[in-house]
Ligand binder design. Structure first.
Ligand SMILES: [Zn+2]
Length: 209
């Protein structure tokens, strides 16, 4: 019988957060979000988030944790975009430079593509069918379970959309879930969205450190 590792409140210094049963999910560190020239640039994406995420990747690899990545991966026309009734400028169109990983990001694991069939939604775990509204699993939960992981750490972009929804779904899947604020940043489309996301995550039992 071993005591499961505790998630301390201080990140990113404590290496013990990662173990072989931990999955680190790196959410959407793509050029359209992380590069100042991207169509949906999140301030700090390149200068703050990419180095912080790379640091977490190093810690995770040292501990034998599993690494997973997600990428927004849209068709040219989708109800997700403002031109087709959504709220977002065109971003992360499949195969374009904007959909690629930021060049400084360490990529050390498989990537789950979200939205390739025109689905909406932000989570790395589920997508919404644009017509029926039905939730469709991406396969990420199965990949994490196959890797033997019980704990999930979520980092990347952006805190108030894809990081939040990925972490909420992770907790709903039964994984012990942590979001590291040092390795994410908020869009704050409306002022305070980032703070509201933190409250919502904590209410759902997600550790926010
Ligand atoms: Zn998107």
């Amino acid at each position: 019988m071993s005591t499961p590792p505790r998630y301390p409140s201080k990140y990113p210094e404590d290496v013990t957060v990662y173990a072989s049963d931990t999955a680190l999910i790196v959410v959407d560190v793509q050029n359209d979000f992380a590069d100042p020239g991207g169509s949906l640039y999140v301030p700090g994406g390149d200068t703050q988030v990419v180095p912080a995420v790379n640091h977490q990747i190093s810690l995770a690899l040292e501990a034998g944790a599993s690494l997973f990545y997600t990428q927004d991966w849209h068709p040219e026309r989708t109800p997700h975009f403002a031109i087709d009734g959504g709220i977002w400028p065109v971003h992360c169109v499949a195969g374009t430079p904007g959909a690629g990983f930021h060049p400084d990001l360490r990529v050390e694991g498989p990537s789950v593509h979200k939205g390739a069939g025109g689905e909406d939604g932000y989570s790395g775990f589920t997508m919404r069918d644009p017509v029926s509204g039905e939730e469709i699993p991406t396969g990420l939960a199965a990949m994490i379970r196959e890797a033997g992981c019980l704990r999930v750490v979520v980092v990347g972009l952006a805190l108030d959309y894809c990081v939040k929804d990925t972490a909420l779904d992770s907790a709903a899947e039964g994984f012990d879930t942590t979001v590291l604020l040092a390795a994410t940043a908020a869009v704050n489309l409306n002022p305070g969205d980032g703070d509201a996301a933190v409250r919502q995550l904590r209410e759902a039992g997600v550790t926010v450190g």
